[in-house]
Design a protein around this ligand. Sequence first.
Ligand code: ZN
Length: 377
Amino acid sequence: MEDKGKYYLTTAIAYTSGKPHIGNNYEIVLADSIARFRRKEGYDVFFQTGTDEHGQKIELKAQEAGVTPREFVDNVAGIIQGMCDMLNISYDKFIRTTDDCHEKQVQKIFKRMYAQGDIYKGAYEGMYCTPCESFWTESQLVDGKCPDCGREVKPAREEAYFFRMSKYADRLIRHINEHPEFIQPVSRKNEMMNNFLLPGLQDLCVSRTSFKWGIPVDFDPGHVVYVWLDALTNYITGIGYDAEGGSTEQYKKFWPADLHLIGKDIIRFHTIYWPIFLMALDEPLPKQIFGHPWLLMNSGKMSKSRGNVIYADDLVDFFGVDAVRYYVLHEMPFENDGNATWELIAERVNSDLANTLGNLVNRTISMSNKYFGGVVA
Ligand SMILES: [Zn+2]
């Protein structure tokens, strides 16, 4: 087989606030299919997935459950990795943001950005959304609520570190314009340019003092690193990046990533903040970020509070793993949201897998038995 070179792809890392549903598992099945396809084509593939384990939301969930945050995330990360294995996901690395080597690198990265002046200390006043861990200005709110999740926000002030986003904005705009394949599908590129980049990027608050469950800023106790600065760097720490110049051979071989596969709801973090963090570290940018649509349940977003959640393990018990993988891949176009119900999955399994493919295989075998003695010449 022809050697096509390396291919590094990643999924978003799953947030360990609870057991993921089939709408969350869609992405890993899609990524797995791409990884398998690239391997067959002759690429040297590295496929990374994992879990995003810090933040106030997890601290609160652990408190409610009466366990430590560490116990809480150990349990959920175990469930998530178990689901990947159940779905036959051929990942090469499962990274956890509580892994020691990841935490050490995030501290080094933060310190380096501070030392070179990309991060500075200031204070933040604004409207704060707890679930999103994001500050907003009054003008960014939508009907007085968080523009990302639509929940209530409250006024808050805290001393914090900020990242000078504006310093790199022009370079990022140029990169996006010169690399039309960088953000896909193209509709998401327009959204990022028009809503965030062209109006002017605000500096990003990259530390928190309102909770403890995060990676501490080692030179300023009481501050923990903003969960997105922590989480996004998994794509480089997982393959051996070192902020002090000691990156591994594996890192030198596989970075930059060929594909970051993510949900459309987190495209802003991946196409604006992440590339700018990489520019600050003087590392090349990933080749492509693909923001996929959602898999909906009865055409509504799946959520526990709505009670319309379907879990992959229930589906696999009933239909088998390949039927479930087939369904999510078949149902999901790349631009629009897909739909999942028990009835639709049963219908798809019966019509495509049993009637069409099953029938084809059955007839082919019968005829090869009848006319060729069961031997394919
Ligand atoms: Zn929010």
